[in-house]
Design a protein around this ligand. Structure first.
Ligand SMILES: *Cc1c(COP(=O)(O)O)cnc(C)c1O
Length: 355
């Protein structure tokens, strides 16, 4: 079989849909104070650190659990669902990818608000599905009618939304859930900072999968632990598509420790981030900036020439994420929140750069 004329021999072996899928590669230059990826700036729960020090060497010679059973037991208590209503994965990215593959036939539409988490259109294309972005409403809420109007088999909503920080309204989510004939993937990566969640109610609805992670509030991004809750029949399909052994043994043990003994630490850090959020909104406004309302552990604010401003902040040791020409917002910067002692140098650097 000869390769098509217009592609190099190596590309001829790739799936046609892969030829113009970019590699996910956000700018990740090192910074002394890295506020670019919304991970936990306070560290990891001490209970999880103890597992790493004392148990790691016994854990890694054997295969991990097939389906993360120990993790599911701990998550069930935390999320308020039954173990059979949970699926775990190598980060919530893996859970989202597996769900797209489990529920979408090639050619089906995946609808999502724009802007949102950029991995979702990538997972759609990687699995042969068609991405359908639907602009957020001027209020910051999701456009339920617009999303439904795409006829999507899979509807993705991120609440609080990355990168804007706002919540999808309960009314809009209800509309999606009651009117769609597809499945709703609700990404609650930042739910701990929002104080509201649909996770416990997910199993009672036949078409809702609530996807979550231990990468943010739990401080374990490097271990790659994600999960989703939903009706047993839904999560079973995602589990098939995910495959066995996806959560490694050290991750599972540290995840369990974080969800049990580590919980008071996590809750304390969440309280601190929520306090920093209030103060940081004030600090940014004092610099003449207008952060969008956020229910997450980050703030997004419009800034002209965002890429250049981010580069100058990086020279001062502060890493933030720049979003050039974000739909409905324009050039903007996203800054992770953490303990106030880390926010002060960030504000000072911003003041210097914007002066
Ligand atoms: C950070 C983030 C995740 C987490 O991904 P993991 O693979 O669990 O680390 C998921 N969704 C959104 C919207 C995020 O911002």
């Amino acid at each position: 079989m000869s390769p098509p004329q217009d592609v190099s021999p190596s590309l001829a072996f790739a799936r046609a849909a892969y030829r113009d899928i970019p590699l996910y590669a956000p700018l990740r230059a090192p910074a002394a104070l890295d506020l670019s990826d919304n991970t936990n700036l306070a560290g990891i729960p001490p209970a999880a650190e103890r597992v790493m020090r004392e148990a790691a060497s016994q854990l890694v010679t054997r295969y991990p659990s097939l389906w993360g059973g120990g993790l599911k037991a701990a998550l069930a208590g935390y999320a308020g669902v039954r173990e059979e209503e949970l699926v775990t994965g190598c980060g919530s990215d893996d859970v989202l990818d597996s769900a797209v593959r489990a529920f979408g036939e090639p050619g089906d539409v995946v609808a999502y608000p724009d802007p949102t988490f950029p991995m979702v259109p990538l997972f759609a294309r990687m699995n042969g599905l068609t991405p359908a972005p639907v602009p957020l409403l001027p209020s910051g809420d999701i456009d339920a009618d617009g999303l439904l109007g795409t006829g999507a088999r899979i509807l993705y909503v991120c609440s609080p939304n990355n990168p804007t920080g706002g919540l999808a309204s309960r009314a809009a989510l209800e509309k999606l859930l009651t009117r769609t004939r597809g499945v709703v993937l609700l990404d609650e990566a930042y739910a701990e900072y929002a104080g509201e969640s649909l996770v416990a109610s997910a199993p009672a609805r036949g078409n809702l999968l609530v996807v979550r992670t231990l990468s943010k509030a739990f401080g374990l991004a490097g271990l790659r632990i994600g999960y989703a809750a939903g009706a047993q029949r839904l999560v079973q399909e995602v589990e098939k598509s995910r495959g066995p052994y996806k959560v490694n043994a050290l991750a599972e043990a540290m995840g369990v420790a974080a969800l049990t003994g580590g919980l008071p630490w996590v809750q304390e850090q969440v309280r601190e981030v929520v306090q920093s959020r209030e103060r940081m909104v004030g600090g940014l406004r004092a610099l003449g900036l207008s952060p969008l309302p956020s229910a997450a552990n980050f703030l997004l604010f419009p800034v002209p020439e965002a890429l250049a401003v981010a580069a100058r902040l990086r020279e001062l040791g502060v890493g933030v994420r720049a979003f050039p020409a974000l739909r409905g917002v324009g050039d903007s910067l996203r800054l992770s929140l953490g303990p106030w002692r880390l926010m002060e140098p960030a504000l000072a650097a911003l003041g210097k750069v914007l002066r």
